[in-house]
Design a protein around this ligand. Sequence first.
Ligand code: ADP
Ligand code: 5GP
Length: 202
Amino acid sequence: MPRQGIALVLSAPSGAGKTTLVQRLLRAFPLLGYSVSCTTRLPRQGEVDGKDYIFISREEFEQRRAEGYFAEWAEVHGNLYGTPLAPVKEKLRLGQDLLFDIDVQGAAQLKLSLTEAVFVFILPPGMTELERRLRNRGLDDEKTIERRLANARQEILEARWYDALVVNDNLDVAYDELRSVFVAASLAPDRNPDLSETVLRG
Ligand code: ADP
Ligand code: 5GP
């Protein structure tokens, strides 16, 4: 039996640098899979359907939700987001490590159902810098930025129940810390059940 894959769940207020860190981690660990969520949000420029998100209508989302299609779901910044349950279960069962990029409401739901998951919260160094990053990114209009900043204050209060907090001030330091959490999870004895016997035989 392959060992169960690691579920690495990342949350952060919008603009904290989660996408930047996630892309770096996925490049460094080609075997680490990404849990592709469904969303009712419109695609941003450059986003690919089926790779970044599965883009669906609100009606379709609600239908899938009623059918129990999602491991968790939440409304974030006025859009619905959800993690498809079946592919996640199957991939983890086959031993594939999976990264989840989900908000605090969804992470709280997974904490109850995926009890062995590792939860990491990425914090900005401060609210002024968070606002600067959201504006510099140039993806959102003024109303959206204000909504995201207001939500950020609520989300940051939830960080205390996560397993690890990473402050993304210097990007290299933050990446190193995130990478360390993932590597540490992969070194746990229950991820390497035959290791002691192998060493004793050798
Ligand atoms: P998120 O996915 O959390 O919304 P992004 O990864 O899109 O955030 O980052 C938001 C903006 O901040 C982007 O323009 C990104 O290049 C920039 N950024 C990310 N990390 C840092 C950092 N450590 N220092 C300065 N700017 C950063
Ligand atoms: P964005 O629209 O900027 O891609 O994402 C907005 C927020 O939705 C982010 O905090 C992101 O982590 C969260 N999100 C993305 N996918 C999911 C999901 O499947 N479930 C939940 N609960 N949140 C998600």
